[in-house]
Design a protein around this ligand. Structure first.
Ligand code: SF4
Length: 128
């Protein structure tokens, strides 16, 4: 499995290889993306809501939780890659993950803050 840093190098290589002309603004964004990138981890694609404006509940993607060992594999690569808060959502409701609290604590133990987009329905609910 390629490391995140290797994926960023590949992204840069592809840009150079394709001889893309970038604007100053794009170069600035690329520099930020390469040196302090925003990292989003989709820990689950499951959601307990079905908002009509959201593609998540109606998409054909498999609904699943990320295994804890994969999450740890990703989290262990983050120090040195970014100093930003880690965003723990993409397309599902992050608090649905049975290991959500453990995942937050693991990121905190590596000095990362966490950012969330959540429907808030499970916040404060004990799931042990
Ligand atoms: S709560 Fe969020 S992820 Fe879930 S259906 Fe609504 S908008 Fe989509």
């Amino acid at each position: 499995m390629p490391l995140l840093a290797e994926k960023l190098d590949l992204f840069t290589f592809n840009l150079i290889n394709e001889k893309k002309m970038l604007t100053t603004e794009q170069i600035s964004k690329l520099d930020l993306a390469l040196h302090n990138p925003e990292v989003l981890i989709e820990i689950t694609s499951v959601c307990n809501f079905a908002c009509t404006y959201c593609s998540s509940p109606f998409g054909e993607r498999k609904k699943a939780h990320m295994p804890m060992d994969l999450f740890i594999h990703i989290a262990n690569q983050l120090p040195g890659l970014t100093k930003q808060n880690i965003r723990m959502h993409v397309d599902g409701e992050p608090t649905m993950h049975p290991n959500f609290a453990e995942m937050v604590q693991y990121l905190n133990s590596k000095d990362f803050g966490v950012s969330l987009a959540t429907n808030g329905s499970l916040l404060g609910v004990c799931r042990s």
